[in-house]
Design a protein around this ligand. Structure first.
Ligand SMILES: CC(C)(COP(=O)(O)OP(=O)(O)OC[C@H]1O[C@@H](n2cnc3c(N)ncnc32)[C@H](O)[C@@H]1OP(=O)(O)O)[C@@H](O)C(=O)NCCC(=O)NCCS
Length: 410
């Protein structure tokens, strides 16, 4: 197996672009945007005949877990060229990039999956459903006037990125640190623009949204992200979206956590029937496409806190990533026996206490339980997840967390 190595922009740029062109990830006129996207990230390649044929990219970042911020590595790209498929390159590289990130202190690792199953081999478990809501902006039940917003484009990437990082953070929200990621995201899409409000005193961008539109005249407009800190700012953004409704027939957005967007729409069922199969179809599409794995169990358990109970149990954990990195000198997965103590403050230590009940599972399922994606009783049905009914009931009650979402597309 060829060794992976760090990407060198001088000599590898042409070859990694060929990989993305072959995967259909890059349009020929967007090649400089790929250079921008790679800058500031941790980029690795593997060669065949001295040319990069597999590319794995990881971004430093953070994830909000209840009231704590955990350090995160986000795998933002895994691609293998046409001549190098099914040689084990992508799997081995991804596993080793995760191991490096864990060595550097990442408590969790996240990614967007192309299909269920592949990254499960590296210990990932599927995150929560995201709801993509499509609606006619005139049907928003908002009656509100806002001030005049500021136009935003990729020229404002710095301002926009700062605003994204400083948004109100809910459980599961992720931040990707390199500013170039926001800049590149503004440049990938069709006719990307944003609207937002600046604080006159500080000059900082406060609340805003960014969206793309293939058909600028009548939509659909796809809102990539919304940034706000409180209810008033959120309602301002909805009022702005509604103000486009004399022209734009459909807007798509990801439902923010903590509310049912349908409540903000007039007669949603009627519109869904009337618009069925039209390019401007009203719908609510649910997809679970992001995944997470715990890399540092101690940090992740310490971030957990519950006012409502205490629980101690043995955790017999299996980590499938070990088959890729078994002989790694540093971090090599989480397989082992742990004693977990959960309560107002929580901790975990290696060992077994024979007086305690036992949960036997893999890091995939445990990551989902810990984040609050699926309760223990659901995991026992669909995953490798073994424990008695009493422990199951206790796990269901204590892991009663807000629904997690990254609120950042990757
Ligand atoms: C996905 C991709 C990166 C895999 O690259 P690769 O170097 O061929 O991957 P590997 O050799 O490590 O793994 C391939 C193996 O995984 C298996 N596999 C693929 N999808 C799987 C799934 N959903 N579940 C389980 N196994 C899966 C394949 O069957 C293959 O097994 P085999 O060799 O026994 O037949 C490559 O196909 C690609 O670049 N696709 C286009 C871009 C893309 O979608 N990237 C992923 C972004 S999240």
């Amino acid at each position: 197996m060829n060794e992976m190595r760090k990407y060198n922009p001088e000599s590898d740029s042409e070859h990694v672009k060929r990989i993305w062109l072959e995967c259909g990830w890059l349009e020929p006129d967007k090649e400089s945007t790929m250079d921008l996207f790679l800058k500031g990230q941790d980029v690795w390649v593997t060669d065949i005949n001295n040319e990069a044929e597999c590319l794995v990219i990881s971004s430093p970042g953070s994830m909000q877990y209840l009231d704590e911020s955990l350090s995160m590595a986000c795998i933002t790209g895994v691609t293998t060229s046409r001549i190098a498929r099914k040689q084990g390159l992508a799997g081995n590289m991804t596993a080793n990039v995760i191991a490096n990130a864990a060595d550097d202190g990442a408590a969790v690792c996240t990614l967007g999956m192309f299909e269920q199953g592949y990254y499960n081999q590296m210990g990932f478990g599927t995150g929560g459903y995201e709801h993509f809501i499509s609606f006619d902006p005139t049907q928003l039940k908002i009656n509100r006037k806002t001030g005049i917003p500021r136009r935003l484009s990729s020229k404002d990437a710095s301002l926009i990125h700062e605003s994204r990082l400083n948004r109100k953070l809910n459980h599961g929200y992720c931040n990707l640190f390199p500013e170039n990621i926001t800049d590149a995201e503004m440049q990938w899409g069709d006719n990307t623009f944003g609207l937002g409000f600046i604080d006159e005193k500080t000059g900082k961008l406060i609340h805003h949204f960014c969206c793309t539109a293939k058909n600028v005249e009548s939509g659909p407009y796809n809102i990539w992200w919304m940034v706000y800190h409180n209810d008033e700012e959120f309602l301002d953004l909805l009022a702005l979206i509604k103000s486009l409704g004399d022209q734009v027939r459909l807007v798509r957005l990801k439902e923010p956590r903590g509310l049912q967007f349908q409540d903000l729409l007039n007669t949603p069922f009627s519109y869904r029937m009337i618009t069925e199969k039209s390019p401007f179809e009203h719908r609510n599409k649910a997809v679970a496409y992001w995944q997470i794995r715990i890399c540092d169990l101690e940090k992740c358990i310490s971030a957990f806190s519950s006012e409502y109970g205490q629980l101690q149990f043995n955790l017999k954990l299996y980590d499938p990533i070990q088959k890729y990195i078994g002989d790694n000198q540093g971090w090599n997965g989480l397989t082992g026996d742990y004693i977990i103590s959960l309560g107002k403050s929580s901790n975990c230590k290696m060992g077994v206490d024979n007086t305690l009940p036992c949960l036997e599972t893999n890091v995939n399922a445990f990551s989902r339980l810990w984040l609050g994606t699926v309760p223990a009783s659901g995991l026992r049905l669909t995953e490798k997840f073994k424990c008695d009914d009493t422990l199951l009931k206790s796990l269901d009650s204590i892991f009663c967390l807000p629904e997690p979402t990254p609120d950042w597309d990757f």
